[in-house]
Design a protein around this ligand. Structure first.
Ligand code: WT7
Length: 655
């Protein structure tokens, strides 16, 4: 089993039609319906989105202008006033949904909690008041570093309620990575927990926050709010650190939602790019609320009776858009699970499906490949008959894993919704609408209505059917990122100038290679930049190189992705050492540990190879293409004649 190659997917001709019973009840019922929606949206995108914004969301005040597009800066619903926490909570309270389960949570040790919309609203209001009591005001940034507990969602909604942008840092990132992000966002408060349960261990979240804040490491942070989860020993600094449950108990449950501007910042979420430090992707309230709401509603054909489960962590965009905001805005019941599959509990996901009667299940190819390897007996021993739809996200899914997911998990009856999107896009961009669009294993199928996607060459000219090129978006959409936090110029350069604007027409460059087949189906081939995806987690090779070079033994480092059966890609590092150090296994271990401390366990190199020198062009640029070939044990592709020193490659090959 391997990642899809051009050859394997070009041969992929299987087509799976939506089951009739599903299509009949679906919100978008046929290819003709989809095409009509798509054409309507393309003909007048502003009218299309405005109509949906009016129908689907609550506004305190309607907008004056649907779109203000000063390329590459977009403003949607200009002058409109709303609050996403109101749309996710308050508006459901006057309906029968008041006592519907909003969040069903299951903790790793097996504890569980259900919060109805009324209960969730109450807690969000209390915590919002607690935040105010700590001096948090509209516009102040709040950092979250949380395990997968309901308090993570409550904290996000509480921030949104008072207009304080949140920046969630995945709990698997190191103290060092947390510090960088909190500093970039100039967070005033950090919300964390004493610890979290992960696999069969606990993780020390509060200790990592302490380390990040040590020696005035983040001068902007004034207070820390701590959820009690594991009850492990933590130190609480008087005046700075506060227990969540104590402040919540004192706080009033009356906290009207602040009337926010549609273009006020909802959150900043950091993600890796080709160069430099992670970028703070900025999303604003109105467009993001509408976009996550609509994409979830149509792509997962959400019904009020559904139990919907997305297995992501709230630390990633998937958790933001499709565990918290999208489902709650729709009034759905969203399952939240702290556990992750592991050898000691390989069936835990299927136990959840059976226990809660999950109807819609959304996960990543790396998880599907892991399950496939563990064998069919494990899922077959559970009752998975409640499942209606299956989703996948994060990287291209290989047709073998797709077929397994379809047959063994979905019993051959559940459409697979392969959603292509990014932190930057806010929500799904290319995805089947499951009652309408027949699926092909390995293809994310067609763009969502209103998304003008295309595949072009480096000059921006569309390429022919089945020719590879760059995936671009040709018209702004409501869920798009607005800028890189504090760096408009980087936003422009990274996303809008890679493909040169033609006649003032800017196109959004996603960083992915793709092709479009003769039926107009998109096949995403993976990143074309120095971003790698390890178990669906996005990492910049430069970040890992910088981490390695910051170790005193390392002179130079080059990091590439190596194909991996389960993870998709694994981190492979080539390292040259300072004269004062010599290669050893101990040093390899120390360097791996160093990367974990600098970034987090997700970036730990699978392999480090010591080299005397790295392959470079005469102008001194590392030739990564060769390193990728070497890491994957392939023959070298391309011309080595531009190399400065030909013998370098032979030595590297010998390892
Ligand atoms: C990158 C974005 C969007 C949430 C998870 C990742 C890859 C994402 C797919 C898919 C092929 C995919 C792309 C993209 N990707 N979904 N269905 N098929 N590739 O978010 O960390 O911002 O990463 O993930 O390469 O650019 P992210």
């Amino acid at each position: 089993m391997s990642q899809p190659t051009i050859e394997s997917v070009l041969q992929e001709k299987r087509l799976f039609y939506p089951p009739q019973t599903l299509a009949q009840k679906a919100q978008v019922k046929s290819m003709a319906d989809y095409q009509a929606l798509y054409d309507k949206a393309t003909a007048d995108p502003q009218a299309f989105w405005a109509e949906l914004a009016e129908q689907e969301l609550h506004w305190f005040k309607k907008w004056d202008q649907v779109l203000d597009w000063q390329p590459p800066f977009a403003k949607w619903f200009v002058g409109g006033k709303l609050n996403i926490s109101y749309n996710c909570l308050d508006r459901h309270l006057t309906t029968w949904r008041r006592h519907k389960a909003a969040l069903i949570w299951e903790g790793e040790p097996g504890d569980s909690r259900t919060l109805t919309y009324a209960q969730l609203h109450r807690e969000v209001c209390q915590v919002a008041n607690a935040l105010k009591s700590l001096g948090i005001k509209k516009g102040d940034r709040v950092g979250l570093y949380m395990p997968m507990v309901p308090e993570a969602a409550i904290a996000m909604l509480a921030c949104a309620r008072i207009g304080a942008p949140h920046t969630v840092v995945f709990g698997g990132f190191s103290a060092e990575a947390l510090k960088d992000r909190l500093n970039d966002a100039e967070a005033k408060l950090v919300i964390t927990a004493d610890g979290g349960f992960r696999k069969d261990k606990t993780i020390a979240l509060k200790a990592a926050v302490d380390a990040a804040l040590e020696d005035n490491g983040v001068p902007s942070v004034k207070n820390v709010l701590v959820v009690q989860r594991t009850k492990q020993d933590v130190s609480m600094e008087a005046g700075r650190d506060h227990w969540w449950h104590e402040l919540q108990a004192e706080a009033s449950a009356d906290c009207p939602a602040e009337e926010m501007d549609a273009e006020d910042v909802l959150f900043i979420l950091y993600t890796s790019g080709t160069t430099g430090k992670p970028k703070g992707v900025v999303h604003t309230i109105g467009g993001y609320n509408l976009y996550t709401h609509m994409t979830l509603k149509w792509a997962f054909d959400l019904k009020d009776t559904d139990i919907y489960w997305c297995t992501a962590d709230v630390g990633w965009i998937t958790g933001h858009s499709y565990i918290v905001y999208g489902p709650l805005s729709n009034g759905a019941t969203s399952l939240m699970y702290e556990g992750v599959p592991r050898p000691s509990n390989p069936g835990c996901f299927w136990d959840m499906v059976e226990k809660y009667g999950v109807n819609i299940f959304y996960t990543a190819p790396t998880a599907i490949r892991t399950f496939l390897k563990m064998g069919d007996e494990i899922p077959k021993a559970r009752d998975l008959s409640s499942l209606r739809l299956l989703g996948t996200v994060g990287e291209p899914i290989n047709p073998e894993a797709w077929m397994w997911y379809h047959h063994v998990i979905g019993g051959g009856e559940c459409p697979i919704v392969d959603t292509w999107w990014q932190t930057e896009t806010g929500g799904f961009m290319i995805t089947p609408l499951p009652g309408a669009i027949p699926t092909k294993p390995g293809s994310a199928t067609k763009p969502f209505p209103g998304i003008l996607a295309d595949v072009v060459d480096i000059d921006g000219n569309p390429v022919g059917a089945n020719e590879g090129g760059y995936l671009v978006i040709k018209h702004p959409w409501p869920g798009m990122m607005r800028t890189v936090y504090g760096d408009d110029d980087r936003f422009r350069r990274t996303y809008w100038e890679h493909i040169p604007p033609q006649n003032g027409q800017y196109v959004y460059f996603a960083g992915d290679g793709a092709r479009k087949d003769e039926d107009g189906y998109f096949w995403v081939m993976g990143r074309v930049d120095d971003v790698i995806s390890v178990s669906g987690h996005r990492l910049g090779t430069m970040e890992i190189e910088s981490a390695l070079v910051s170790h005193p033994a390392v002179a130079e480092a080059a990091v590439v992705g190596r194909k991996d059966e389960i993870k998709g890609e694994d981190v492979f590092a080539f390292v040259t050492l300072e004269d004062t150090h010599s290669p050893s296994d101990e040093l390899k271990q120390a360097l791996k540990q160093h990367v974990v401390a600098e970034i987090g366990a997700i970036a730990r190199p699978g392999e480090i190879r010591f080299a005397e020198a790295l392959p470079k062009t005469r102008s001194g640029k590392i030739i990564r293409r060769f390193l990728r070939n070497l890491a994957s044990g392939e023959d070298l592709v391309g011309d080595a004649s531009t190399m400065e020193d030909q013998s370098v490659l032979d030595k590297l090959r010998e390892g």
